[in-house]
Ligand binder design. Structure first.
Ligand SMILES: Nc1ncnc2c1ncn2[C@@H]1O[C@H](COP(=O)(O)OP(=O)(O)OP(=O)(O)O)[C@@H](O)[C@H]1O
Ligand SMILES: [Mg+2]
Length: 268
């Protein structure tokens, strides 16, 4: 086992996204996952049926006791619910993990359409959390909200990635899963230029939690001291393999097969 990752995110009772996907992804990458839970969701493949937020002081306590004892080589944030939670996380990270690479998955809306971030929190995310990110991983609707303009083409994705870097994120992985077409393009916009990843789209309903899984797998790679490009390349390959071998559970957007890579020999 190599690389400690602290994940700050919400629980998905369905096991396909959120904290559950995060722990499975970090484990599959050979890392160690610790968690600070920001909210509980009653969720399945059909949608989010209920949310119970965790109080900011208790979120801060989870982060503090983990970081002051176990420590972390990378951090990942997912569902943060509201502005107060974002400000709590920003303060905790600054205090207890300065300089530790942070992957910010700016979760706003669940695959089924349920809002996971209050409108009033968008400014806090953009102005206070985003500048701490070693990597920001927006999907296209999130990139539109954060950048403030429509993102409908690959050229728009480049512009949005650069705009989000100008707001303070060190690097931005623009995820193209929401664009139409039989190819999927993700763009990694970083200080050395733009890395383009293109693959065939996998025809599948089992794409619940792809974003959480990808961001946590990248965080595990960074915790293991891989380069950003290498960490992203491995995480994408993992997500693709996990979609391709998904078990097909549930009647909606089904979970991935997080166990597709179980050992050192399978990890590139
Ligand atoms: N059908 C697919 N085939 C292949 N790759 C996919 C497919 N759907 C998504 N991906 C990949 O999965 C990753 C996550 O992208 P996506 O745009 O789905 O994120 P997301 O919307 O944040 O996901 P989530 O709904 O879980 O939050 C990206 O690397 C994307 O290219
Ligand atoms: Mg997402």
């Amino acid at each position: 086992m190599k690389g400690r990752v602290l994940i700050v995110a919400g629980s998905d009772s369905g096991g396909g996204a959120g904290i559950q996907a995060d722990i499975k992804a970090v484990t599959a990458m050979g890392g160690f996952a610790a968690t600070a839970i920001t909210a509980l969701t009653a969720q399945n493949t059909l949608g989010v049926h209920g949310v119970v937020p965790v109080g900011p002081a208790f979120i801060a306590q989870q982060i503090e006791v983990v970081l002051t004892d176990i420590g972390a080589d990378a951090l990942k944030t997912g569902m943060l619910h509201g502005a107060e939670v974002i400000d709590t996380v920003v303060a905790s990270v600054r205090r207890h993990a300065p300089g530790v690479p942070l992957v910010v998955d700016p979760v706003m809306v669940a695959k089924g359409g349920h809002r996971l971030l209050l409108d009033e929190a968008e400014a806090a995310l953009r102005e206070r959390l985003l500048p701490l990110a070693a990597l920001l991983t927006p999907n296209l609707p999130e990139a539109e909200v954060l950048a403030g303009f429509a993102v409908r083409t690959e050229a728009d994705m480049r512009r949005a990635g650069e705009a989000l870097r100008a707001l303070g994120a060190k690097a931005v992985l623009m995820k193209g899963g929401h664009l139409e077409g039989d190819r999927v393009v993700d763009l990694l916009v970083h200080d050395g230029g733009i890395e383009r990843f293109e693959d065939a789209r996998i025809e599948s309903r089992s794409t619940h939690g792809t974003g959480c899984t990808l961001a946590s797998a990248v965080a595990a790679g960074l915790a293991q001291k891989r380069t950003l490009i290498d960490a992203v390349a491995r995480a994408r390959a993992y997500v693709r393999a996990a979609i391709a071998s998904a078990p097909g559970y549930g009647r909606g957007h089904g979970p991935l097969n997080h166990a597709v890579w179980t050992g050192e020999e399978q990890r590139p």
